[in-house]
Design a protein around this ligand. Structure first.
Ligand SMILES: C[S@@+](CC[C@H](N)C(=O)[O-])C[C@H]1O[C@@H](n2cnc3c(N)ncnc32)[C@H](O)[C@@H]1O
Length: 282
């Protein structure tokens, strides 16, 4: 199945007929993305499940693993929250490393795959269905939090998510998240040569929206510049300690959507922000 076929299945179910660039508020974005990820969950697993594994921690399509990157530091005994966990392979890898992970995701469809992977591996990771904008966890109850392409591209306000993560983190806790590298926004979503020519202004934050015949959003993705991320982190009290831009490894041939060896050799596809909550707590 090609990437286009994969998307067409969810698009058909949701009645997607076109693309718009227009403002989308938090309520419309949440409704659209909940429906999208539920509709796309089976195809997403069929397409990416083997690359992600059931108990493996891969940060990004470039294939960077936490086992090599060590961005979370010592995890043994720590309570770790995965934001936008999908079927939660990272959380399961963390459990095997001695952590006490919790997976959180908006989509019941994605979490259904999480429960199946729990059963397959015998690792019963707690899985919560909630939006990252309103974490159902107590204040200062988590040692570290992370996200690998979960939630952040799809929410209207990253400041809201960062503030929630800051609230649930204990003092000094790490918040590490991977997102599409903001510079990718300027290129068409194409892994081939067409994806090498800039067509879209970097500074235009108007969301990418797919719509049904009535003009309702069926999928929403937001763009933030690098500066937007840095400012949102500063505004919510996080200290940025590193910005990792994984390079495309020699011999890595796997294409994931717009990520490909062709483009990966020329410019970054992923940005991983490594940050810390203040030592004094929230
Ligand atoms: C690209 S997937 C990444 C999942 C997982 N890290 C992986 O690599 O498969 C994005 C995930 O974010 C979830 N998501 C989208 N919006 C969310 C929100 N507002 N709150 C929590 N999760 C959300 C989706 O349901 C989906 O599982």
């Amino acid at each position: 199945m090609t990437e286009q076929d994969r998307h067409s299945s969810a698009e058909q179910r949701l009645g997607t007929v076109g693309i718009a660039h227009r403002p989308v508020d938090a309520r419309e974005a949440t409704t659209a993305n909940l429906a999208w990820w539920d509709a796309d969950a089976d195809d997403y697993q069929a397409e990416h499940g083997d690359f992600l594994g059931d108990a493996d921690f891969v940060w990004c399509p470039e294939g960077l693993r936490e086992a090599d990157a060590g961005l979370l530091g010592e995890v043994r005994g720590r309570r770790v929250l995965e934001v936008g966990c999908g079927h939660a392979p990272c959380a399961r890898w963390l459990a095997a490393a001695g952590a006490r992970p919790i997976g959180l995701d908006l989509s019941a469809g994605m979490l259904r795959h999480g429960k199946r992977a729990n059963a397959r591996t015998g690792r019963d990771i707690p899985l919560l269905q909630a939006t990252a904008e309103q974490l159902p966890l107590g204040t200062a109850t988590v040692d570290m939090a992370f996200s690998a392409f979960g939630a952040l591209p799809f929410v209207a306000s990253i400041e809201t998510v960062f503030a929630e993560v800051r609230r649930v983190l204990r003092p000094g806790g790490r918040w590490v998240f991977a997102v599409t590298h903001p510079m990718r926004w300027i290129f068409p979503d194409d892994p081939g040569p067409n994806g090498l020519t800039a067509t879209q202004p970097y500074f235009d934050r108007t969301p990418y929206v797919e719509v049904d015949a009535a003009g309702r959003a069926t999928y929403v993705e937001y763009h933030r510049t690098l500066g937007d991320y840095v400012r949102a982190l500063a505004a919510t009290g996080f200290r940025l300690v590193d910005l990792v831009e994984p390079e495309w490894p020699e011999g890595h041939t796997r294409v994931w959507g717009q990520w490909s060896p062709l483009r990966g050799k020329l410019f970054p596809g992923t940005a991983i922000f490594s940050t810390r909550a203040p030592d004094g707590g929230a």
